[in-house]
Design a protein around this ligand. Sequence first.
Ligand code: ATP
Ligand SMILES: Cc1cn([C@H]2C[C@H](O)[C@@H](COP(=O)(O)O)O2)c(=O)[nH]c1=O
Length: 197
Amino acid sequence: MYIAIEGIDTAGKSTQIEALKKHFPDAVITKEPGGTTIGQEIRKLVLSAKTQSKRAEFLLFLADRAEHIKEVIEPNLHKMIISDRSAVSGVAYALTQGNISKKDLISLNDFATKKIYPQTIYLLRLTKQELEHRLSQKELDGIELRGSEYLLEIQESIKEASLLLGVPLIEIDATKNRDEITKEILNNIKNETMLKG
Ligand SMILES: Nc1ncnc2c1ncn2[C@@H]1O[C@H](COP(=O)(O)OP(=O)(O)OP(=O)(O)O)[C@@H](O)[C@H]1O
Ligand SMILES: Cc1cn([C@H]2C[C@H](O)[C@@H](COP(=O)(O)O)O2)c(=O)[nH]c1=O
């Protein structure tokens, strides 16, 4: 089972993945961007926000994704895989840039992923107030510096991206306390496992 935790910056993805690790000690825990050796280099480059071209930025994320699928996801599809972000983030952030057509976004992601997408994504949804509070508590990277309005737009785009890619999405209130959120994700995983038999 391949699942991804999605959400805008500071939504609590890493926090939840740390908690899920304890419940799935044999799971493959991974992330985008930066889940492979090459991906770590790409992550540094792309988050430095030095690219002048949004298309180049998008293609760097796609290169990271292609390597991640080949090196981490594909060889472990028989195991539980929990990823911090997925192609859904890629499409959501790119939708907000608005310079690549939806058709191209889908076909380029299909190419990079060989059409391997998460079975389900969990969207940790933040309010504006909580997002601004959490952003004020950290040093911001190049993308976070674009501000809360931009990030809230992406939060909406994540839903559209999941529809475009055909990946089922479960929405979770990210302002709840950490343990409640973990419980909600675990219950959903349990239900999905039972449904799959
Ligand atoms: N449920 C929660 N309630 C309050 N604070 C939380 C909750 N979950 C996480 N946090 C805090 O919010 C901040 C961001 O959390 P975290 O790093 O897990 O988010 P993230 O989605 O992985 O962020 P990024 O995408 O920027 O890496 C951290 O300081 C974390 O302790
Ligand atoms: C996969 C992906 C990510 N992004 C953005 C989203 C975040 O701002 C950063 C990743 O940082 P995090 O600490 O891992 O959350 O990159 C993007 O713009 N496009 C993508 O495809």
